[in-house]
Design a protein around this ligand. Structure first.
Ligand code: TMP
Length: 250
């Protein structure tokens, strides 16, 4: 019989953080829920947890290999990642290569416009305030990070962008934009934490601009269309069907 999982330390909209025997290590357990609008719209998408856990591990392993410090330690079947415990910053960092989403909604720029250099944005994670945008001075007055740390976070974000863009290009995919979260390790250094998958990225198929991410859900797609999109992204990245019920690898 498998060992019972550790105590839940915290639970978010799409993940649970569980305790392990080692206080420096946590278990991130992905959930099947999918949400938008700060959780105002939520559904259950069976299979998503397994798909997103695998895709996150896939991207975090690539980043680690290319020298970006991340919290990733190892994949734990079927839908978990063992990670270093970080002191997470309550911040979302968005990096954009092509104009889409909120950039197009909030600024006079057309969807699809190439952004060179890429645009990096910071947002405070605060659902009640609808995640206000932060600049470098806000980090200081809110006591979130030093100027040196903000510089490091931007460096890590741009390096992550180059690595993920190249990895996706090799699979016939374009990285339109993505979001990461970072935290401090016990050594005081900044690490990429959280997850990186179709929930936190915009990915378009080269040539067709077919959407292969959560935008299918944001734009009101059916749950079948949304699940198919996540399955397709998994297939394109990992070259096989995801190990979820209802697919060939059941
Ligand atoms: P946006 O255009 O809606 O600001 O999104 C930019 C990128 O960040 C997109 O790939 C989706 C991702 N993102 C999240 O992962 N979580 C969020 O809460 C938001 C607003 C965006």
């Amino acid at each position: 019989m498998s060992k019972p999982l550790g105590k839940i330390l915290s639970e978010g909209k799409t993940k649970k953080v569980r305790e392990t025997e080692n206080s420096d290590v946590a278990l991130l357990e992905f959930k099947d829920s999918i949400t938008v609008l700060d959780g105002e719209k939520m559904d259950v998408l069976r299979g998503k947890a397994v798909i997103n856990a695998h895709i996150s591990a896939y991207f975090l392993e690539i980043l680690e290999k290319k020298g970006v410090p991340t919290h990733y330690i190892e994949f734990v079947e079927p839908n978990m990642m063992k990670v270093k415990n970080l002191e997470m910053l309550p911040v979302e960092i968005v990096c954009r290569n092509i104009a889409a989403g909120h950039l197009v909604k909030n600024y006079p720029i057309k969807e699809g416009t190439l952004l060179n250099p890429p645009v990096v944005e910071f947002y405070l994670k605060d659902d009640a305030r609808h995640d206000p945008m932060l600049n470098e001075d806000h980090f200081l007055i809110l006591g979130l990070a030093s100027r040196g740390e903000v510089k490091k976070i931007k460096e890590i974000t741009l390096k992550t962008n180059r690595i993920l863009s190249d990895a996706l290009k090799a699979k016939g995919l374009t990285l339109v934009d993505f979001k990461i979260e970072v935290g401090r390790g016990t050594d005081g250094k900044i690490y990429v934490g959280d997850e990186i998958n179709g929930d936190s990225m915009r990915i378009w198929e080269v040539g067709t601009d077919k959407i292969l991410d959560k935008d299918v859900y944001r734009k009101g797609g059916t749950m079948e269309q949304v699940l198919n999109t996540y399955i397709q992204l998994y297939q394109k990245l990992l070259g096989k069907m995801p190990p979820i019920r209802g697919t060939k690898n059941e």
